[in-house]
Design a binder for this molecule. Structure first.
Ligand code: HEM
Length: 222
């Protein structure tokens, strides 16, 4: 397939925004891991984050922009590829293999739905979606209670675990295609990059699902 200059540019933008998003997901998992050290640890972590004041909003805006651009170009490039790709296109077949690759748009859209749900649940804190206990002294929600009570519900555990499976599928392929976009892969390195992508995605999957699963099976208690 002939790649036009503008589609190369958009693929590079997708790769850059993808790196920003994967970096966020890794740092967010590290932050969430403070839950394993008890209520004080995760509440102190949340308080530290919120004490950054305007920087939190700058960070949120950068993340929102990266997310929006990534989704916009992802959908645009997929629609263009669909319109321009004939049935027997050798290059496309070589680059797009496997379940994760074939389902990038679907896994991406499901992840978008998950993130919206997650933000309403833990950031906007829509009344009725969770337990939001205010600490009068710090004027902050008790994040430990919010997370632990959330994952006492099997439905919420299922939503998060399914969301994380789609994160695994999306990152597993996205990370590999990022190497291709920035020209770091050839026939020899492609399988290694593929394996590395799956490994990063797998560590994220295990790390993230361990939180709801440990809670629902009683390993972390209120
Ligand atoms: C078991 C899995 C997860 C847990 C327990 C969790 C926990 C949390 C908590 C407690 C907050 C609120 C922090 C605060 O306001 O103090 C939060 C915010 C957030 N989470 Fe997660 N999270 C999980 C998975 C994810 C995943 C997979 C993504 C992205 C794909 C994600 C994206 C976000 C975003 C964008 C925010 C908003 C950050 C902000 O307030 O600026 N989370 N999460």
């Amino acid at each position: 397939m002939q790649l036009t200059q503008s589609s190369v540019g958009r693929k590079i933008i997708m790769a850059v925004t993808g790196i920003v998003l994967v970096a966020f997901v890794c740092v967010h998992l590290l932050g969430n891991s403070s839950l394993f050290f008890g209520a004080d640890a995760i509440n102190a972590y949340a308080q530290k984050l919120h004490s950054l004041g305007p920087f939190v909003w700058v960070f949120r805006l950068v993340m929102l922009a990266a997310f929006a651009i990534h989704i916009f170009f992802g959908i645009q490039l997929t629609l263009e590829n669909k319109a321009a790709t004939p049935e027997k296109n050798v290059q496309v077949k070589r680059l797009k293999t496997g379940f994760g690759a074939e389902t990038m748009v679907i896994s991406g859209l499901i992840l978008l739905a998950f993130v919206i749900y997650h933000l309403l649940h833990f950031t906007v804190r829509v009344p009725g979606m969770g337990v939001y206990e205010m600490n009068e002294a710090t004027q902050m929600v008790n994040v430990y209670t919010m997370v632990v009570t959330a994952f006492m519900s099997l439905l919420k555990v299922a939503i998060y675990v399914i969301g994380m499976v789609f994160l695994f599928l999306h990152v597993g392929h996205g990370f590999q295609s990022l190497f291709q976009t920035i020209g770091l892969s050839n026939d020899k390195s492609l399988p290694v990059m593929g394996l590395l992508s799956k490994l990063v995605a797998f560590v994220l999957l295990l790390g993230y699902i361990s939180i709801p699963l440990l809670i629902v099976f009683g390993g972390i208690k209120l």
